[in-house]
Design a protein around this ligand. Structure first.
Ligand code: ZN
Ligand code: ZN
Ligand code: ZN
Length: 212
């Protein structure tokens, strides 16, 4: 794929609209690009990496925060769509690809977001994001998330994560008491109570997760 025609898209955490731009603005002269949402509340930053590839700082529509990630030159240059997941929810939050690939990815991501909003009975986009101000009170050690995520993905690979709707790839999010494993299709969930890494490790013995 010709990088000058390669597009990149993300969805704004403030207004939920998708913004699409070209990677072609990255040239020898400009090693940083900022793609701003038209609402002015968020921006995706793209920086050229010295060793090749790019670094992205992506506003996350599911977390309301930015996630940083490195993308290799091969991924940027390949012909297939590259989707970048939120490390917490597992949902795709940014896309790199051709104009057609981006257009369909943006449509699909709107549908995925819509399903989550419906499942959670959310009226505003901020309803699905961790509440501001809660961060200090409920700051859960990221190691808790990593451990639970490891357990869930491990069980998932063994087909031991079960949802009534038949979906097999749940998403995760922080709650006041730990992590919630939930289904993006139907909203079924299972709460995992774990405020410390030690508590999270207790769940290593889980042999299945059933969402309800
Ligand atoms: Zn916006
Ligand atoms: Zn996120
Ligand atoms: Zn489900």
């Amino acid at each position: 794929m010709d990088i000058r025609r390669t597009q990149i898209a993300y969805r704004c955490p403030a207004c939920a609209e998708a913004t699409v731009g070209f990677l072609g603005g990255l040239t020898a002269a400009a090693d940083m690009l900022r793609l701003k949402c038209s609402c002015g509340e968020s921006a995706l930053d793209i920086t050229k990496r010295r060793g090749g590839g790019i670094h992205l700082s992506v506003p996350c529509v599911y977390c309301g925060e930015n996630h940083g990630t490195d993308i290799s030159e091969e991924l940027v240059g390949r012909d297939a769509l590259t989707a970048l997941p939120c490390p917490f929810s597992g949902m795709d939050i940014a896309f790199i690809g051709s104009d057609e690939q981006i257009a369909s990815a943006v449509t699909d991501s709107a549908a995925a977001l819509g399903r989550i909003m419906t499942a959670l009975e959310a009226e505003e986009i901020s309803d699905i994001q961790p509440r501001e101000g809660d961060a200090d009170d409920t700051a859960i050690d990221p190691a808790v998330f990593d451990t639970i995520n490891f357990i869930v993905r491990d069980l998932e690979s063994e087909g031991q994560v079960k949802c009534p709707c038949g979906a097999t790839r749940p998403a995760l999010r922080y709650t006041d008491s730990g992590i919630q494993v939930y289904c993006e299709s139907c909203g079924a969930s299972r709460d995992i109570t774990a405020l410390t890494p030690t508590a999270a490790e207790e769940y290593l013995t889980l042999s299945e997760i059933i969402l309800a």
